[in-house]
Write a protein that binds this ligand. Structure first.
Ligand code: FES
Length: 159
């Protein structure tokens, strides 16, 4: 991976403390929440400008936290920011089309939210999003449902 990637991989010590590499918004005016709609102004959200960038949105108006990713394939995606096995924060994997838990167990998913590792048996919550010019709109209605790790069917516990 080139050193110019906007996100830096974590080391084992950072993972032990669940350090996330996806930043919070530097510009509080770069997003707005209106009911089940989260709107992001891409002209102000500098964190999402480069391919591979990401942005965490953790706002009291949202039912749960959101991770927005400018993927390695140059597409924007949004996820409930909770790993499907234990609910910890997730991050994009720098230089790869993957999403991964910030903890040492590192459950890994593809961009569709499907698990790629044996440490997890359910999918991430992918939030529908669409882009029109410099506006990215995310439907956050799914966040009103329990997070994947809290749903009824059994999942593998986090160590
Ligand atoms: S919560 Fe860490 S691997 Fe799922």
């Amino acid at each position: 991976m080139a050193n110019t990637h906007p996100l830096k991989p974590t080391n084992i010590f950072q993972r032990l403390f669940c350090v996330t590499i996806s930043p919070l918004p530097s510009d509080p005016g770069s997003f707005a929440v209106d009911g089940d709609r989260l709107t992001i102004r891409l002209d102000r959200a500098r964190e999402l400008e480069p391919v591979g960038g990401a942005l965490r949105i953790e706002d009291p108006l949202l039912p749960d936290r959101v991770l927005v990713v400018h993927g390695e394939d140059d597409q924007f995606r949004a996820f409930r920011n909770r790993c499907a096995c234990g609910g910890f924060r997730i991050d994009p994997v720098p230089g790869q089309e993957k999403i991964r838990c910030c903890t040492p167990m590192q459950s890994t998913y593809d961009y569709a939210g499907s698990p790629l590792s044996r440490t997890v048996n359910r999918s991430l919550d992918v939030l529908p999003c669409s882009r029109a010019g410099t506006t990215l709109t995310v439907d956050v209605g799914l966040l009103r449902e329990p997070a994947p790790h809290l749903r009824k069917e059994a999942s593998r516990p986090h160590p």
